[in-house]
Design a protein around this ligand. Structure first.
Ligand SMILES: *Cc1c(COP(=O)(O)O)cnc(C)c1O
Length: 351
């Protein structure tokens, strides 16, 4: 059996139609602003979100990096949730490269409460505190299991930060999952943030690329920083062409990934109550809680892998799995059965 790989939705591979679009792309030198396929993609994503301009970046980390650094000066701070990707999984770039400091609020289940973020904000700056320049929200919230940041909380955050001159950046790597699951629109999401980064290479299935959107002024600054960080690409239309196909074909189908994640969580929870919490699954990410039934996360990941289902041990207690484009309904069913079986055996052995 081909392994069913649920370690991440970054694992999707471009299919024949996407590859053909890449091969046929009309290109130019994007550092000169002359790649029509890149220009069209930037304009397209900006328009989806109701923003003035867009910037194509090689990675989500780069889009977050330049988006945040365009709004936060050296020594100023950004606030984010304690497990935000921007702070946990981007190798400290904001601090190491842009001199940005940060503080965090804690949301145990990843749910966004505007009040938690606002309670930390220091604006204007005090005699011993740096000013809060920006609050970064993550939609969906990766390491809490794909939680949606509810649109009403985002609206409240936007209204209250605007009064205080604090910007909002949305790490929207999976904002398309939130839109499809919640029934909000991309314009709703764009309206609650000064800048949004969206990944084309996760559930949307492109091999490479993220787009940052914002005001013309913010994007001009981000474009300048992108070049400084070595992220100016030349005939990048070959990559942007894949992004167009991803947007054409792979948004609505995210609902299938969400149904598959729900199925897996329910199947595991039925076999071993406590090992998964189906009620917390909102999109395409499932956190399994082997720790709660006496099984080390690493043991579960290894045993599942030996039976052909690859998942990730995130820490001692939790495993993460992510459904995506390259996992069929049959494979999701199969993965659910195998994970339930393995969890049951290990939990029984743990007594
Ligand atoms: C994947 C991801 C990113 C970007 O990661 P890259 O590996 O740099 O593409 C940013 N934010 C979140 C929440 C992510 O899941």
């Amino acid at each position: 059996m081909e392994p069913i790989d649920l370690r991440s939705d970054t694992l999707t591979r471009p299919g024949p139609q996407m590859r053909r679009a890449m091969a046929d792309a009309v290109v130019g030198d994007d550092v000169y602003g002359e790649d029509p396929t890149v220009n069209a993609l930037e304009a397209r994503v900006a328009e989806m979100l109701g923003h003035e301009a867009g910037l194509f970046c090689a990675t989500g980390s780069l889009a977050n990096m330049v988006g945040v650094a365009a709004s936060v000066g050296r020594g100023q701070e950004l606030l984010a949730e304690s497990r935000a990707h921007i702070l946990r999984s981007e190798v400290g770039g904001h601090g190491a490269i842009a001199g940005i400091t940060s503080r965090t609020w804690i949301s145990p289940d990843g749910t966004l409460e505007a009040a938690d973020a606002l309670a930390l904000a220091e604006s204007p700056r005090g005699y011993s505190s740096v000013g809060t320049a920006l609050i970064a929200v993550e939609n969906t919230h990766n390491f809490s299991g794909g939680r949606i940041a509810a649109i009403d909380q985002l609206r409240e955050l936007r209204a209250r930060t605007a009064e205080r001159g604090i910007r909002v950046h949305m790490d929207g790597a999976r904002v398309a999952n939130a839109v499809v699951a919640e029934g909000s629109s991309f314009a709703d999401q764009g309206a609650v943030a000064d800048s949004v980064s969206i990944c084309l290479s996760k559930g949307l299935g492109a091999p490479v690329g993220s787009v940052l959107t914002g005001s013309r002024e913010l994007i001009d600054e981000a474009r300048y920083l992108r070049k400084r960080y070595g992220g100016g690409m030349r005939q990048a239309g070959i990559l942007a062409a894949a992004g167009h196909v991803a947007l054409d074909q792979n948004i609505e189908r995210l609902a299938d990934d969400h149904a598959h994640a729900d199925l897996i969580a329910r199947t595991v929870a039925e076999a071993v109550p406590g090992a998964a919490d189906p009620g917390s699954v909102q999109t395409n990410i499932v956190m399994l809680n082997p720790g709660r039934v006496g099984v080390p996360a690493e043991r579960l990941a290894q045993a599942a892998g030996e039976r052909g289902v690859r998942i990730l041990a995130l820490n001692e207690l939790e495993c993460r799995l992510v459904t995506h484009l390259d996992v069929s309904a049959e494979q999701a069913q199969e993965a659910a059965s195998i994970l339930a079986e393995v969890t049951e055996e290990l939990a029984a052995a743990a007594g």
